[in-house]
Design a protein around this ligand. Sequence first.
Ligand SMILES: *Cc1c(COP(=O)(O)O)cnc(C)c1O
Length: 370
Amino acid sequence: MNNNNKIYNLATIGVQQLIPYKAGKPIEELERELGLTRIIKLASNENPLGPGKKALAAIELALPSLALYPDGSGFSLKQALAKKFAVDVNQITLGNGSNELLELVARAFLTPEFEVVFSQHAFAVYPIVTQAMGAKAVVVPALNYGHDLDAMLQAVTEKTRLVFIANPNNPTGTLLSQSSLNAFIGALPDTCVCVLDEAYFEFVSCVEPINSIDWLKKFPNLLITRTFSKAYGLAGLRVGFGLSSLQLADILNRVRQPFNNNTLALVAAESALDDKEHLQQTIRVNTLGMQQLTDGFKKLGLEWIPSAGNFVLVNLKQAGQPVYEALLRKGVIVRPVGNYELPNHLRISIGTESENQQFLTALTKTLANV
Ligand SMILES: *Cc1c(COP(=O)(O)O)cnc(C)c1O
């Protein structure tokens, strides 16, 4: 080992063994690599309509104040969120993306003696934040690609400090019923914090309304995380938030950086909350796009996993990575999910009608080897 490599031995054991998060390929990177134009990216579940007008106007207005530090308490955004969700402002924790909430909760609660329970095929950030703290990940086999709540409960012991659940789940798009989730959280020991990751809840259209916020009244160990990155179209600004008991919010607040949300993110998020039209349009485009893509899969004889989110996993019945690479050469970036133990699937984020069409055309050609 050369001298430069010795520094790896100085990092904590957890970090030495950590495999970093692999993000969707940026459009600019593919442009550089292949010299292509007209590239589309359906790889990171971003909003194909972009940010809303109200958010953009708020950003413009805030630009002259950028020499000043942001409001570290996020007062105004938290007021708006508190009103919208009928919670106390002090139950809200703002994060630099909801990813930061996942990291804060890990940092506040985990040491190497503890365990973290989450499902197979669950969001890739859960193992990363667990590993970074040197805690032990207990991965519970999925049931029909979704969370097996009974098996997860069985896996919880007195050593379990955290449970992560994404509903809908990314990358599978599976949705748990509200009653099963409610029962699951109620059955957890009070030594265990439950993180309910609702990054995609705005897209859920089922008969049963999502009422997880009501559960905060009875579960002091529940952290709900939500984000402005997906339905609100502000992924580039990094804003998410946690809703929890006052006590759990107080704990998270102790480990957060004083200015973890920047000024533009704060004002844009607050205005986006107010932009019902953009949200409705986003959901409309998503519903139509989901239909367009699944109709296309049907024509190609491909199966998919029914998804409650703004993305869908298609089963290629062959290795996904080469198809992913062939699509790249046609200027279409999607997401291979071999790292989620789904080697034969690709995850497609729902795009605009023309993006979906461009993808389906490229997929059809790829599968026909042209
Ligand atoms: C996209 C995503 C997030 C959050 O992303 P942020 O941009 O950090 O808010 C969280 N959880 C899941 C399951 C996601 O897919």
